[in-house]
Write a protein that binds this ligand. Structure first.
Ligand SMILES: Nc1ncnc2c1ncn2[C@@H]1O[C@H](COP(=O)(O)OP(=O)(O)OP(=O)(O)O)[C@@H](O)[C@H]1O
Ligand SMILES: [Mg+2]
Length: 363
């Protein structure tokens, strides 16, 4: 744990009643001032993690630390955390000003101070002059910003955002992604953002936790997670991938589609069965004789910027290619790729096992 650590989960397990655990031995650290995203499919435990941080529920086992202190049983109103909910949870009978002022009134702050703070929060989210509007007179994006203003006005150390953009249409959603990211940078507060949209997670985060079935599968920067997924779940969930069965011959040499290829991966057993990932945009279309692989084009879709071409190699593997070049259905084409484009994964490996394996390799 470093100076920068603001929240730490130490082997946290959460079980509701006598059901199966919805979080299993989850450990992670959150650093001050960064933008974190919890990413995973519906039901994987994202909201449960936020509820534990906010103090709306307690862990069944394990410890939660905030600024170095255990806070397992500290009530929600005593935590330096505010939540922005998916449905915003604004008060429909109060105007914009009073919605934002709510937390300050509970703290019995002086009126002059409340006015100053609310105005500042509204300025921060670009809602100056909207004080007297009722909530029903606000658009979806504006309500979103009121909810954020209501959270930041309390000057929390951490803001939790549970799928705050999911109710917005695509264009507004993209705009709000920029706004939220910008707001987080200006405020310098830690944001923990929940989404099941991988593109949103890649675009916004300093750090992503990919979660499946109550366990963190992988954590890291968007680029790390995209380029070096640790297992099939992560490779499949983040972006589109070709995941092909293979055999690791030796360090830096992998066999798939009945051929040996130079790669940059190491630390596997000799002739270990592995899974090989190559991203569709890392495959280059060539003349058949110039390609490392020869494939037959099965179908093609125009996706606006690129063609999405589905092909099969002679071993029967399916390959998805993203290319600005068009192909002809039925023709044989070559596929080229660099050793760096190949990413080799051990079956079902966890992040911890992966780290240990490479540590052992590097001696
Ligand atoms: N109060 C509760 N009592 C019992 N089970 C619960 C409770 N809250 C959540 N669960 C269960 O815990 C699991 C994780 O739920 P959680 O809300 O954390 O998922 P999520 O990742 O936020 O999903 P979504 O993307 O659908 O919001 C689910 O199987 C859910 O049914
Ligand atoms: Mg949820």
């Amino acid at each position: 744990m470093t100076e920068q650590t603001i929240i730490r989960f130490d082997q946290v397990t959460k079980q509701y009643d006598h059901d199966q655990a919805v979080l299993n031995n989850v450990s992670f650290e959150i650093e001050r001032g960064k933008f974190y995203t919890l990413l995973g499919p519906s039901g994987c435990g994202k909201t449960t993690i936020l509820r534990l941080i906010a103090g709306f529920t307690e862990p069944s086992q394990g410890k939660i630390y905030f600024n170095g202190q255990i806070i397992n049983t500290v009530p929600a109103n005593k935590r330096q955390v505010n939540t922005v909910f998916q449905d915003y949870a604004l008060f429909p009978h109060l105007n914009v000003f009073e919605n934002v002022a709510f937390g300050l009134r509970i703290k019995k702050m002086k009126q002059s101070q409340i006015t100053e703070k609310v105005k500042e929060a509204l300025r921060f989210v670009n809602l100056e002059g909207y004080d007297h509007r009722t909530i029903s007179e606000m658009s979806g994006g504006q309500k979103q910003r009121v909810a954020i203003a209501r959270a930041i006005v309390n000057e929390p150390e951490v803001i939790l955002l549970d799928e705050p953009l999911s109710a917005l249409d695509l264009k507004l959603r993209t705009e709000m992604q920029y706004e939220l990211r910008d707001l987080q940078k200006r405020l310098g507060i830690t944001f923990i953002f929940v989404t099941h949209d991988q593109e949103e997670a890649l675009a916004m985060s300093d750090e992503i936790f990919v979660i499946n079935k109550g366990s963190i599968q992988q954590s890291g920067s968007p680029i790390d997670i995209y380029d070096e997924p640790i297992n099939r779940f992560v490779a499949d969930f983040i972006g589109e991938s070709n995941i092909i069965p293979g055999t690791m011959r030796q360090d830096f040499l992998v066999n798939f589609a009945d051929k040996d290829f130079e790669c940059v991966d190491k630390g596997f057993d000799a002739n270990e069965a592995v899974e090989v990932v190559i991203r569709p945009e890392d495959l280059e279309i060539t003349e058949p004789s110039l390609g490392k692989l020869q494939v037959r084009v099965d179908s093609q879709l125009f996706r606006g910027v690129h063609f999405e071409i589905c092909c099969f190699d002679e071993a029967g593997n399916e390959w998805l290619v993203h290319s600005t070049k068009r192909a002809q259905v039925g023709e044989t084409i070559g596929l080229n790729f660099s050793p760096e484009a190949i990413h080799v994964m051990r079956f079902g490996e966890t992040e911890e096992e992966f780290d240990k394996r490479l540590e052992a390799y590097d001696g």
